[in-house]
Design a protein around this ligand. Sequence first.
Ligand code: EPZ
Length: 420
Amino acid sequence: MQRLKIEGGHRLCGELEIQGAKNSVLPILSACVLTGDEVRLNRCPPLSDVYAAMRILSCLGCKCKRDGTSVIVDTAVLDKNVISDALMRRMRSSIIFLGALLGSVGECTLSFPGGCELGPRPIDLHLSALRQLGAQIDEAHGRLICSCPKGLKGTLINLSFPSVGATENVMLAAVTAKGETVISNAAREPEICDLAEFLNRCGAKISGAGSSRIKIKGVPRSQLHGCEFDIMPDRIATVTYMCAAAITGGEAKLKGARSCDIEAVINLLRQSGCSVYECCDGLYISSSKGLKAVRSVRTQPYPGFPTDAQAIVMACMTRAQGTGIFVEDIFENRFRHVDELVRMGADIKTEGRVAVVSGVSSLSGANVVAPDLRGGAALCVAACAAQGETLISNVELIDRGYDSIECALARLGVKAERKV
Ligand code: EPZ
């Protein structure tokens, strides 16, 4: 079992290149099957979830290889359309292959996806939207047997919630559907824009990504082709390293980071006393005055405060002066990091979807367990400021989304290492 050892209590200072975004590269890897051609994805982080998506592509018959920081996918041969239960369970994003396979080969068999345990994570919106496009999806023995006997036909799809995954699945299936598809109440996350930009680069006709109304004009699959594409910088990794700097009263330059994707978090860090500047090649944060609690943080779909940043910013606020409230409105059970932070000396009380965080003057290193990906990142942030040594187990959950978090922290001056 691997563990992370972090020796905390030191002011962090350094410079780091921000990795490509996990939540952008995963749907884009699925989207490659639409092109029937070679795609080169640059700034593709070596994450376990990325390897899981590459494994799915290989099992479908496609060729996939890593070339330095890029991944090259060739989907000219796509001669299978079944994804095993074991592969589907590896991550939530496996379900995005559903829309991509319906849009490319018109049929597939797969099962319900896995992913971090954050409470119930149904896929009802995905299935209902794809059915509205003409997909026939039969559920039997935990498997989803999917086809489109009359082809897919564009229509108006009104999502009852702006689900990121459902928006991606509809976009992928609609790229080759007959006629025009309009998604209303679509997710507006930056990763949706990245997917639309990638698909348009491959010959799709998508407009409105980033707004809540996305239009997709169907094109014949033969008009789609490969391309070279740079994956956007990871906004949640950016927030993680900003918070690590903030909690230690330190400073960091995050190369390649984009402020426009994380305005809600930057506003909050500024309110709590940090200085955050955009510089020519990224973002700079410094926090020398000590943090002040921010009265309330409520997670919302983009452009609201991201649920993926909730645990990480909460870890940072455990050391702020005063009391603040966090309300988790996206997932039912996304406070599993709280008990671990309390082991490190944090003062946090939860009731349902509300957590009350009262700042403490110091945290202490402890043996803790990463409860999920972002909860694990939150423990790393707290460990940077905690006195003494923190040992974090369940590192494989953190590896799903961070490219060697211990090396990134070490680049910022933290004494961090992986113990195998
Ligand atoms: C994406 O998950 C991200 N994952 C998550 O990041 C992120 O937390 C989430 O969006 C919200 O921003 C990827 O992009 C791979 P949703 P997704 O569909 O698509 C409910 C991380 O740490 N819902 O927008 O699964 C659902 O239960 C991960 O990087 C339905 O009810 O999120 C949840 O309460 C974790 N029915 C809410 O919507 C559905 O059919 C948001 O889910 C779909 C969703």
